[in-house]
Every structure is written in structure tokens, then in C-alpha cells.
Design a protein around this ligand. Structure first.
Ligand code: FBP
Length: 552
């Protein structure tokens, strides 16, 4: 297969490791803290995780490690959506294993967690690793969204672990996958199996973070990729001066990506779902806030602009959330009846009288194609698939309508021509930035040291990320420490708490203090493409979110 020049050059990049891990395998020591507690619901979690609850935080320091040279057999899983740097986690794990003992083995489970259940593997060799170092994507072994949840799936996973003689399984995933890692670790301990389970924090969404996990990998590269594209669009908008661009950004529920991209590009509008929910804004009020910027800018003869929209917005608008919840319930209860209706018109007519008054009015007020998207096929859990709702188009059409009203009232004299975009998949498999390449390699290497230390039920952690990589602090955080109980599909379940945008946090406060100026004036920032070679201030800077959050 032909290889691009950048890919060849990136093969040669040697990711930076924290000094504690870079000094050679014989010079790593392990420090264990005191027992920990979960963030909430301690009693319930202690009962559910009888073997793995409350382990101490692990930190690697310089010293001598007794057991690190053991011969190990490890399996690795890529779980969920792609995120730049996944291959480097595997490379860091592989290199650690081989430095520890050249006879150690690494299996990749194919296609995500189902690979563990079905024992579908690829033995990862040096040749394979070298073909994927510092590259984006998850194509080395593939990924999947299967959740290990039934008794049969747990038993099948144990069976595979026994057949392969696994000392450990490393699960590279987001909050749900790492919740699964915690359950699997507990299950293996309960069955007396020797297989350890270690997680690694992955997701472009940036919502797996807390005091000990400063960021998930992939967020850095994805945001920088989207910001490059947004900056290019801003420059086009400022050159042509004729379009408003409405850009929806991935991120599922949390608005971290939209917020980081706003800090990097200074658009005219950026909606933050968490703020919309906290203020209880209606769809109309959200549209009013966009129109305020359009009208103000038109008074300066600037009939163009850029608006960023987080993917999960509709579920954070209380009235929309109510409508979606009612639809989910009605459709689930009368699935057959609903399924027999052949057109959206029939479906809407059928819903008349079944939805509450306000929800019915809201559905009727929505453009036909958007209402249709709300009635589309449900996911396996019976929920509407929000990422398929074209929120950018909904907001364009409602803004057009509102501006026409304002024009009729003599309150707006400008021109409004808008284009919609959706950036998501464009950023999930980019070549990892130097930050993600280094961070991921360190996470993988730390996962190896956690395994060699005999630990299980831990998330590999690398901290102090705003300092140069040699000063990063590597170790592991017990998974139960990040958990609480939450309502899921009708019953209380142990889960790792998702981190949404904090409205009193520095990233949001900074944005809030600047956004009024951006809404009126053209303050665009053009960050350009990710740079892999050059001065550290251009190539090695972490995200603004991370820098603001960690600012002392
Ligand atoms: P993860 O949480 O698994 O990392 O996935 C993130 C994400 O990219 C979301 O931003 C997006 O909503 C979703 O995956 C899209 O899922 P799919 O890849 O199944 O289309």
C-alpha cells in the first residue's frame, strides 16, 4: 500500500515520555497512596465492587521495580468511537511489554469488546506496530460499541481470557467502556481469575475527566482539526462577506468541543448546551440570541458570520427534551401501531392527542424535515438518535423566520443567507497532534507498568499535562473512585460520572467574558493546521481548555 510522505515522516517521531518512565525499565518504582472512596454512593458501590472497591492511587517514581521483568500475555481492546492517538496507546503498551521481557505477547481484540467475547484476535508484532506508530484511526484492530453486560458475555470474556492465558486486558474507551472495565475487573476477581483489567481514557468528546484524569485523549487533535476548518470558514466568510455559516460540532451530550473551538477561533456565536439547560431557555430564546448577533452585525454592514452549535443541543433545551422524552415513551409503548404508519404526515396525525399540548405545539412548529428526524428509527435503547437531528438546519430555518418578522417590524434591514455544516468524523482519525501522540504513548506505557505491578481495576493516568512531557506524572487511578450510581433504563447502575461543561469553570468563564464582543465585531482567529514539526509553542501546546483549567 502506498504511504503518504507525512505518514512516513511520522513513523520516525519518537513520542516523549515522562522522565519517570523514560529512564529505563529497571528504574521505575511504584508508590501507593491510602485507600480511596467513590465520588458518591459509597455504600452501594462498596457492595457492588466487593473485591476492587477503594484501591489506592498509584504513582510511578524513580527507583527499582521488583516484578517488571515478568513475561506477560496481554489483550487490548479499542472501544467506541475513533479518537486520534489510539494506535500510540497500543504502541506504548507494546514497547513497555517488550522492554520488560522480549517474550511477552500482545493480542489485539478485533472489532471492539465483541472481539473479547468471541475470542477474535490478532497477535500484534513489531512489524504491525511500526506500520501504525503516530497514525490516526483505529484500523490496526478496529473498534466497536458492544457492551459486555449479560452474564453470558461476562462468562465468554472469562473463557477467552483463560484460553489465551491473559495476564491482563487493556480497555481503551470512554466513560461507558471504562465502567465496563471496572465491572469486568470485579467479575474476574470474583471468579478467582488472574486476569487484570486496566482502562485508558479515550474520547474526542472530552467528557471523561476529573481531578486525576486531566483530559481524555483525542480531544486535543479533534478540536485542533475542527478549529482549523472553522478558521478557514471564518476567513472565507470575511472574504466573501455574504454567508452566515452554522457549524454543528460532535461531542454527544457535552459541549467541550464547541467551547474549545470557540476559544480557538472566536466565532460570532457559540451555543453551550449546559448553559441553555441551566437557564431553561426555549428554542425560541436560543434563536433570539442568534438573531441578536445577526441584527447587530448587519447594522455594521456585516451580513456574515459563524455560529457554533454543539451536537447535543436539542436534548438540553427543556421543551425539546420533554417532547423527545414523550415521543420515546409513546413510540415504545405502541411500537407496532407506530411502525404500521407509512409517512411522517400519518405519524404526526397519529400523535395528535397523544402528546401533551405544549409538546404537540412544538412538534407542529418545527420544519417538516426536522420533525421527521425526531420520528426516525430509535436506537437499541428506544431513544431518538440525536446526532442525526440536523440542528444546524433547524436553527437556520428558525433564524430566517425570526429575521423576516423583525424585518416586517422594521427592526432588521440586513441580508441573511446561511449555510450548514457538521464537523465530526473529519476530526476523529486525524494524525494525532504531538500532544496526543505523546500523551497516548505515555498512557499505554503506564498501562503496562500498572499490569506489571499486579494492579487491576485502574485507569491509566498521566497528569501535569500543561508542563513539558518529561515532567508529566504517570500512574493509575482506581476506577471505583470515579463512580456513582445513576438511573439507566429504569434502574440504578454504577457508572463513571460524565464531565459536562462547568459553568463556573475557567474555560466557560473566559468565553463568557469575551463573547459579547465576538457577537458584534469580527474577531475571528485563524489557528491553521496542526503542526507536527517546528517550535514547541506552535507544535506542542495543549488545548486552551486544559491550560485554563490547570492555570494556577
Ligand atoms: P465515544 O464516546 O465512543 O468516544 O464516541 C464519540 C462520538 O464521536 C460522539 O462525538 C458522537 O456523537 C458519536 O461518537 C458518533 O457515533 P458513531 O461513531 O457511532 O456514529
Amino acid at each position: 500500500m502506498e504511504t503518504a510522505a507525512l505518514q512516513k515522516a511520522r513513523y520516525a517521531y519518537q513520542p516523549k515520555l515522562p522522565a519517570t518512565l523514560a529512564g529505563g525499565i529497571g528504574e521505575i518504582a511504584l508508590e501507593l497512596g491510602t485507600p480511596t472512596e467513590s465520588i458518591a454512593d459509597q455504600k452501594e458501590l462498596r457492595e457492588l465492587f466487593q473485591h476492587s472497591y477503594g484501591k489506592p492511587i498509584a504513582t510511578f517514581t524513580r527507583g527499582t521495580h521488583q516484578t517488571i521483568r515478568k513475561r506477560l500475555t496481554v489483550g487490548v481492546i479499542l472501544s467506541g468511537g475513533q479518537a486520534p492517538g489510539g494506535h500510540n496507546v497500543i504502541a506504548g503498551l507494546f514497547d513497555g511489554l517488550k522492554q520488560g521481557n522480549s517474550e511477552s505477547k500482545l493480542y489485539g481484540f478485533l472489532g471492539g469488546p465483541s472481539g473479547l467475547i468471541e475470542n477474535k484476535t490478532l497477535e500484534i508484532t513489531g512489524e504491525i506496530i511500526d506500520a501504525y506508530r503516530n497514525t490516526g484511526g483505529f484500523d490496526m484492530i478496529g473498534s466497536g460499541r458492544t457492551k459486555i453486560e449479560t452474564a453470558e458475555q461476562f462468562a465468554a470474556s472469562l473463557e477467552t481470557a483463560k484460553k489465551l492465558g491473559l495476564d491482563a486486558v487493556v480497555i481503551i474507551g470512554g466513560d461507558d467502556s471504562n465502567t465496563n472495565a471496572a465491572l469486568l475487573a470485579e467479575y474476574f476477581l470474583d471468579k478467582g481469575a488472574a486476569t487484570q483489567v486496566i482502562g485508558c481514557p479515550k474520547t474526542i468528546d472530552g467528557d471523561l475527566k476529573n481531578e486525576y484524569i486531566e483530559t481524555s485523549f483525542g480531544f486535543d487533535t479533534a478540536c485542533k482539526t475542527y478549529s482549523e476548518l472553522i478558521g478557514n470558514i471564518e476567513r472565507d466568510a470575511n472574504s466573501a462577506k455574504k454567508y452566515w455559516h452554522f457549524i454543528k460540532l460532535m461531542g454527544r451530550a457535552a459541549s467541550h468541543i464547541a467551547l474549545e473551538c470557540a476559544l480557538q477561533t472566536q466565532p460570532n456565536v457559540c451555543l453551550i448546551s449546559e448553559e441553555v439547560e441551566a437557564k431553561g431557555l426555549s428554542l425560541g430564546q436560543v434563536v433570539d440570541s442568534i438573531c441578536a448577533s445577526v441584527v447587530k452585525r448587519s447594522e455594521n454592514k456585516e451580513n456574515f458570520g459563524v455560529a457554533l452549535i454543539p451536537e447535543g443541543l436539542v436534548e438540553f433545551i427543556p421543551e425539546m427534551k420533554r417532547l423527545i422524552d414523550e415521543l420515546n415513551d409513546i413510540i415504545a409503548l405502541r411500537e407496532k401501531e407506530f411502525g404500521a404508519l407509512s409517512s411522517h404526515e400519518e405519524q404526526r396525525a397519529w400523535l395528535n392527542g397523544k402528546l401533551s399540548g405544549p409538546s404537540w405545539e412544538l412538534l407542529e412548529s418545527l420544519p417538516g424535515d426536522i420533525a421527521g428526524e425526531l420520528l426516525m428509527d430509535r436506537d437499541p435503547h428506544g431513544n431518538v438518535q440525536v446526532s442525526r437531528i440536523e440542528t444546524e438546519k433547524l436553527l437556520i430555518s428558525m433564524t430566517e423566520k425570526k429575521l423576516a418578522e423583525l424585518k416586517a417590524q422594521g427592526k432588521y434591514k440586513g441580508k441573511f443567507s446561511a449555510l450548514g455544516h457538521f464537523f465530526g468524523y473529519e476530526g476523529r482519525c486525524a494524525f494525532p497532534s504531538n500532544f496526543d501522540a505523546d500523551y497516548c504513548y505515555a498512557l499505554g506505557f503506564s498501562a503496562f507498568v500498572l499490569i506489571a505491578s499486579g494492579l487491576t481495576g485502574y485507569l491509566s493516568s498521566v497528569r501535569n499535562l500543561t508542563a513539558p512531557a518529561d515532567q508529566w506524572v504517570a500512574g493509575g487511578v482506581p476506577l471505583t473512585m470515579m463512580m456513582n450510581m445513576e438511573q439507566r433504563h429504569g434502574s440504578m447502575k454504577p457508572v463513571i460520572r460524565k464531565a459536562l461543561v462547568e459553568l463556573d469553570g475557567r474555560p466557560f468563564k473566559t468565553f463568557e467574558s469575551l463573547r459579547n464582543a465576538w457577537a458584534e465585531k469580527t474577531c475571528f482567529l485563524f489557528p491553521g493546521a496542526i503542526q507536527y514539526f517546528g517550535p514547541p509553542e506552535v507544535c506542542d501546546q495543549p488545548t486552551k481548555t486544559l491550560r485554563l483549567e490547570r492555570q494556577k
